[in-house]
Design a protein around this ligand. Structure first.
Ligand code: NAD
Ligand code: UDP
Length: 342
């Protein structure tokens, strides 16, 4: 019998790549999403990649009645991967209630229904933003979490605290929170990838849209940071490497290998790259000269954020394998495919 797994936010960028990896590993995958930031056609594209069209339900997971019926229908699931969330940092600053309402209520409804249906295993999508402005680099999981600079970021910190509180009293909940650094890139098949609505907030889609002529120029936010070239440094990792980490984390949960019922892991390569490093890699791998200029720092940005991923390597046997050049090239190929209708 195949193990069933529920993936919330499963038609989204990271969720769809993770669904592919679980299907390839023989899991029976059920996706649930309200399609507020993704398209139902992702299901056909997952089928083209894997040969299997996952079960899908379109549900707003803040609606607890519908969430309850969904969990009731899938009470045989062995666990949940909770990706569903709103993620636009800038919008969250302007509309904090929208973000707290959506991201926290999704989590509460998922936790309540997992408990009611006796589903124990949870993987939560967290973010490096929970470290705020770090005192020490590279960041290990022992670094203190701090108040993130945006309401979006704070939903991740609060969510981790809610899960941890619950694991202290729950008889069954077994959770892993994965703190992603900066996922970029697309699946090798070029059938799934990141497809932001409107003007991208993130660096990589802004680069590819500028190269595609959709945006006139990339603004580099700050070139006066205390970093080797003055631009901010992040830990970019390929979304396929990231997706694979979810399978390994889930296998740790279902085989009861966790050392405690709430574990956290950094997921990054461990190498920091500046904005200029990313642009240079993009120009090298694609042969395109990117139109960019320098602008002032973006509010809330930290100068440098990169992980020590050793804990994930030791406990999950996970290591990011794909290089920055792999990431920038696959992002560009995906952008072209996206414009050509996949
Ligand atoms: P995404 O927007 O592509 O996927 C999230 C999905 O959640 C979307 O398909 C959206 O439609 C769905 N969703 C939102 N609200 C919902 C609701 N109320 N009910 C049901 N579905 C809902 O984003 P992503 O990049 O794939 O991110 C997945 C997760 O990883 C999110 O929790 C995000 O905060 C987290 N994360 C992402 C990044 C990143 O850089 N992409 C970094 C750190 C953490
Ligand atoms: N960045 C930039 N121009 C853009 C978008 C992002 O210079 O149009 C920079 C941003 O200031 C940060 C890095 O690129 O230093 C990564 O930003 P992104 O929004 O992709 O991820 P974050 O690390 O903020 O989550």
């Amino acid at each position: 019998m195949k193990q069933k797994i529920i993936i919330t936010g499963g038609t989204g960028y990271i969720g769809s790549h993770t669904a592919v990896e679980f299907i390839m590993k023989g899991f029976n995958v059920v996706l649930v999403d309200d399609l507020s930031n993704s398209e139902v056609s992702v299901l056909d594209r997952i089928q083209e990649i894997t040969g299997t069209k996952p079960l899908f339900e379109q549900i707003d997971l803040t609606d607890n009645n519908r969430t309850k019926s969904f969990f009731n229908a899938h009470k045989d699931a062995s666990g949940v991967i909770n990706f569903a969330a709103l993620k636009a940092v800038g919008e969250s600053v302007k509309k904090p209630i929208k973000y707290y309402h959506n991201n926290i209520n999704i989590l509460l409804n998922v936790l309540e229904n997992m408990e009611n249906q006796g589903i124990s295993n949870l993987i939560f999508s967290s973010s490096a933003t929970v470290y705020g402005l770090p005192d020490v680099l590279p960041i290990t999981e022992e670094n203190q979490t701090k108040r993130p600079t945006s309401p979006y970021g704070n939903t991740k910190k609060v969510a981790e605290e809610i899960i941890e509180d619950l694991t202290k009293v729950s008889e069954s909940l077994n959770a892993i929170s994965l703190r992603y650094f900066n996922p970029i890139g697309a699946h090798d098949s070029l059938k799934i990838g990141e497809a932001p609505n409107g003007i991208p907030n993130n660096l990589m889609p802004f680069i590819t849209q500028t190269a595609a002529g959709i945006r006139r120029e990339l603004k580099i936010f700050g070139n006066d940071y205390d970093t080797p070239d003055g631009t901010a440094v992040r830990d970019y990792l390929h979304v396929v490497d990231l997706a694979k980490a979810h399978v390994l984390a889930f296998e740790r949960l279902i085989s009861n290998q966790s050392k405690s019922n709430f574990e956290v892991y950094n997921l990054g390569t461990g190498t920091g790259y500046s904005v200029l490093d990313v642009i240079n890699s993009f120009e090298k791998t694609t042969g395109i000269s990117l139109n960019y200029s320098y602008d002032k720092r973006r509010d809330g940005d930290v100068p440098q954020l990169y992980s020590n991923p050793n804990k994930a390597q030791t406990n999950l046997n996970w290591k990011a394998l794909l290089t920055l050049d792999d990431m920038t090239l696959s992002s560009w190929k995906w952008e072209q495919n996206l414009r050509n209708g996949y």
